[in-house]
Design a protein around this ligand. Structure first.
Ligand code: ZN
Length: 557
């Protein structure tokens, strides 16, 4: 089958083909009534009833007409709630979100508190197990220097400990972990990675980017049952947060894809998943071709071009303003980005490349431009994940090449306290530049990068609109010239994300023929009349995917 035919087929699939359970008997339908309905980001909300049949929207409008069209339909009363097209997250990590539940959650706690929690777990840890944690952020501590193995020595003298930084681009380990991994003073920094060292050259306890593998490879691998549990926990958390779909950005192994496929086949995916595979599994994934199974789609490659800004792994064109001589790391060599992209385009796959620094973004734009002009794929919609720091003029290249900037509004509100220190006064103007990209004619996609940030899309919408932390900091918002309107924020988490996964003809709006994916909220956070401070306070009443209620507040999903 040619690439063109395949794409045409994918785009032409009827919405019903993606419903979870083909009903054995004719579906009597469901009428969702009593809500204020936003049928799309660019429509005025109205009181309307929605008739759903076979997983898709059959009718939107007058309740009497909806009931007359399906007299035996089930009726779901939404009692004055606000219903919007299903909110989605373009970029998250499902399995890690689930794994987080079993890890020490270091979000928002001090170094001393983390050490206390490690000590508490050490007491009960079985022999051979590793204590794991994630999401520490030294920028939020009173001492903002990197932590060390020595900090953990008294709490965990024998049990290996590995704690991931908030951005997932650095780990903090103890001496037992160094020993278990066989890392010593003599271990060299791998390409694209850095071992933080003490004055005598021995590992200090923090490993950045590609150096993390030196430790992580020594951790006993979780079995498939454990991985499946993690996926299920992550999926449930998403449904609870009001998400109807997720872009799985992990660049998964085929083993993980198989777990998702099994869940999809069993009808156990509460939300839609659009998944990526990593470069290691690209050949095998291309040989198989795109996968479409129930609520699961697999047809994208994930490449990682650089690291993250917080750990100074993001690849910059010039030195870090607060670390002269350091320009970050090319996690994947520029030629390799181009080679992988070309291969994926040739196989009819979409390409997602993680690029945070301005150099990584330029490398990726160059790689896309070259590979697209050699392969000429039909409608490739390449994406850059994060697109956090752009050199002047590069925003226009997103529009020109047709690259989607897949961004995470909450990254801006987490990073603002130190982003300018890393980048300096001038360069910071090209960072988290949503408005600049829109003005340049580029398309955006919106996500959270959970569990780096919370999976709750309402927090992303709040950050997009206010550019403030939920505490209201900084007053007036950070560089408000880049903020989005409420309507643009709704578009970001609905229609824009549908486009970013080739689903704009089936999702992102509520209209006949579209998938019946809805998020139901207790208040109207999309009206400019509602103070922005109300947005994070809103609660998700219900999450509906393909007409099925996959989460209802007060009930277990
Ligand atoms: Zn990510």
């Amino acid at each position: 089958m040619s690439r063109k035919t395949l794409l045409a087929l994918l785009l032409a699939l009827p919405a019903g083909a993606f419903a979870a359970d083909p009903a054995p008997a004719p579906d009597p339908g469901t009428v969702f009534r009593g809500a204020l309905v936003y049928t799309a980001w660019d429509e005025t909300p109205r009181r309307a009833a929605i008739l759903v049949k076979g997983g898709t929207v059959a009718f939107v409008g007058n309740e009497a007409e909806a009931r007359a069209a399906a007299p035996s339909a089930k009726v779901v009363d939404l009692a004055g709630a606000v219903l919007v097209p299903g909110l989605t997250d373009a970029h998250g990590h499902l399995r890690s979100l689930g794994t987080l539940r079993r890890m020490i959650d270091c979000r928002g706690i001090s170094k001393d508190e983390i050490v206390l929690r490690v000590r508490a777990l050490t007491a009960s840890a079985a022999r051979g197990t590793w204590i794991r944690g994630r999401a520490w952020d030294q920028n939020r501590w009173s001492d903002t220097s990197f932590p060390t193995a020595a900090d953990l020595e008294a709490a965990a003298p024998k049990t290996p400990v590995v704690l991931a930084r908030v951005d997932g681009h650095a780990i903090w380990v103890n001496a037992a972990a160094l020993k278990a991994a066989g890392v010593t003073k003599a271990t060299p920094d791998p390409p694209g990675g850095r071992i933080e060292r003490l004055e005598d050259g021995s590992p200090a306890g923090v490993f950045v980017d590609n150096a993390m593998a030196l430790i992580l490879n020594a951790i006993p691998a979780p079995g498939p049952d454990e991985a499946r549990k993690d996926f299920v926990a992550g999926l449930e958390a998403c449904a609870k947060a009001g998400l109807t779909g997720v872009g799985e950005a992990s660049g998964s192994s085929l083993a993980d894809v198989a777990i998702l496929e099994k869940l999809a086949k069993e009808g156990k995916l509460p939300v839609r998943v659009y998944a990526t595979v990593g470069p290691k599994d690209l050949d095998a994934a291309l040989a198989r071709g795109p996968v479409s199974e129930g609520r699961l789609t697999v047809r994208a490659l994930k490449i990682v071009a650089d690291g993250a800004l917080g750990s100074r792994g993001a690849a910059l064109l010039a030195d870090y303003s607060d670390a002269p001589g350091n320009r970050g790391l090319d996690v994947t060599a520029p030629e390799e980005v181009e080679r992988l992209a070309a291969k994926a385009f040739r196989g009819g796959f979409q390409v997602w490349t993680h690029a945070i620094g301005d150099r990584a973004n330029r490398i990726t734009l160059d790689a896309y431009e070259k590979s697209l002009s050699s392969v000429h794929p039909v409608d490739p919609r390449p994406r850059i994940e994060h697109a956090q720091v752009l050199a002047p003029g590069d925003a226009a290249r997103f529009a020109k090449i047709g690259v989607i900037a897949s961004m995470q509004p909450t990254h801006a509100t987490s990073d603002w306290p130190w982003a300018e220190a890393r980048l300096g006064k001038d360069r910071v103007k090209g960072s988290y530049a949503w408005r600049t990209l829109l003005k340049a004619g580029a398309r955006l996609a919106g996500g959270s990068d959970f569990p780096v940030e919370s999976e709750e899309p309402l927090l992303g919408i709040y950050a997009a609109v206010t550019r403030q932390e939920t505490t209201g900091k900084p007053p007036g918002g950070w560089r408000m010239e880049e903020a989005l309107t409420r309507a643009e924020a709704l578009r970001l988490f609905t229609a824009d994300n549908a486009y970013a996964e080739f689903a704009e003809k089936r999702r992102g709006r509520i209209e006949p023929g579209f998938d019946a994916d809805f998020t139901v909220l207790d208040r109207d956070v999309f009206s400019a009349a509602t103070p922005a401070s109300e947005i994070p306070k809103a609660t998700v009443r219900m999450t509906v995917v393909g007409g099925e209620i996959v989460y209802r507040s007060g009930e277990r999903p």
